[in-house]
Design a protein around this ligand. Structure first.
Ligand code: HEM
Ligand SMILES: *[C@@H]1O[C@H](CO)[C@@H](O)[C@H](O)[C@H]1NC(C)=O
Ligand SMILES: *[C@@H]1O[C@H](CO)[C@@H](O)[C@H](O)[C@H]1NC(C)=O
Ligand SMILES: *[C@@H]1O[C@H](CO)[C@@H](O)[C@H](O)[C@H]1NC(C)=O
Length: 322
């Protein structure tokens, strides 16, 4: 009898721990409603200001959130500088000399710290800044789920393996479909997310091989890109990823792809007589379905393995652990 009671008690405790655990793992849109009601407004005002000062900051902030979430979840690991105990992610192949917006995030975080110290995570600042950037450039909005905490470490090797490369094919082991399905995304969601390239720019070094060596590229486009990206040198010369409207979050990127005007190899792979062609065509004809699917996929990306409960910490300074 005694052991029976003990057993049910133990089960009950285990059950409630389990329920508590799952409840803590949930993010919620109103997470800071009581603890930092000014958080969302503060972030939005700062993002608007930064994007107004330099339109490209919108795409740069969006990409920071993506590169955070794809490497062990949305935990602001991407923001950590190298330390004596670990090498951070900033020198990874997809990040080095390429990611931007760190000081804008640092500045936003300082403003948020001054309204509510120690409450709002860097990972949540990144998620909200990504949404506000898209909205600032005419894209769709979505309710950002909140309550992520920040990591105390980073992983250079995971950044190198999990951030997709511009030389990726659509299919195959290191292909785009597999790198996104490894994170739980369908092909359709992958195409929608890649539509982020409707804003922003890329360096010559990431598309040189395509423009000098590939034939599935429109003639006048390739001539104009080559004039800004020489065969040798000029690695950092920039070209917009969307040929006509690079600071408007429209469906111009998909229109480019159907015209063989994808800038990077990975871009044109989405429309190259393959399984994603029909989705690209569909988004090229229907901007509102792209907007709707992009917003939903961003919420899903923002849910990648967040740290919650007592895991991680709320960093005071996004560049370093407390
Ligand atoms: C499909 C696989 C993807 C690949 C292979 C890829 C690769 C790249 C590369 C190589 C660049 C240019 C980097 C440079 O020149 O230094 C870039 C830029 C960019 N990427 Fe992606 N990306 C992918 C998906 C995404 C996703 C899912 C998002 C966000 C949801 C995103 C957002 C951006 C943005 C906004 C830029 C422009 C950044 C700026 O102007 O600062 N990308 N991407
Ligand atoms: C074109 O492809 C060849 C063979 O793969 C390679 O050696 C060359 O570097 C490429 N050209 C450019 C400009 O990337
Ligand atoms: C795709 O197929 C069409 C029609 O068969 C062909 O003309 C075109 O060259 C192909 N494109 C590529 C990139 O293979
Ligand atoms: C992190 O690195 C950046 C860029 O090198 C530097 O500006 C910043 O001050 C560093 N922050 C900390 C806290 O080490």
């Amino acid at each position: 009898m005694v052991s029976f009671i003990n057993m049910t008690t133990t089960l009950r405790i285990l059950l409630s721990l389990f329920l508590l655990g799952t409840a803590q793992a949930q993010l919620s849109a109103n997470y800071y409603a009581k603890t930092c009601p000014k958080a969302l407004f503060t972030i939005r005002a700062a993002v608007r200001k930064a994007v107004a000062a330099e339109h490209r900051m919108g795409p740069s902030l969006l990409r920071l959130h993506f590169h955070d979430c794809f490497v062990n979840g949305c935990d602001a690991s991407v923001l950590l500088n190298d330390t004596s105990t670990f090498t951070g992610e900033q020198t990874a192949g997809g990040n080095a000399g390429s990611l931007r917006g760190f000081t804008v995030i640092d500045n936003i975080k300082s403003q948020v710290e001054s309204v509510c110290p120690g409450v709002v995570s860097c990972a949540d600042v990144l998620a909200v800044a990504a949404r506000d950037s898209v909205v600032s450039l005419g894209g769709p909005t979505w309710r950002v789920q909140l309550g992520r905490r920040d990591s105390t470490k980073a992983s250079l090797s995971t950044a190198n393996s999990d951030i997709p490369s511009p030389s990726s094919d659509l299919s195959g082991t290191n292909g785009l479909l597999s790198s996104f399905s490894n994170k739980g995304f369908t092909a359709k969601e992958m195409v929608a997310l890649a539509g982020a390239h409707t804003i922003g720019q890329a360096r010559c070094v990431v598309f040189r091989n395509r423009v000098y060596n590939e034939s599935n590229i429109e003639a006048s486009f390739v001539t104009s890109v080559k004039s800004k990206c020489p065969n040798n040198g000029g690695d950092d010369n920039l070209t917009p990823l969307d040929t006509t409207t690079p600071v408007v979050f429209d469906n111009g990127y998909f229109k480019d792809l159907v015209n063989n005007k994808g800038l990077m190899h990975s871009d044109q792979q989405l429309f190259n007589n393959g399984s994603t062609d029909s989705q690209v065509t569909s988004y090229s004809n229907n901007p509102s379905s792209f907007h709707k699917d992009f917003a939903a996929a961003m919420v899903k990306m923002g849910n990648l393995s967040p740290l919650t409960g007592t895991n991680g910490q709320i960093r005071t300074n996004c560049w370093k652990t407390n």
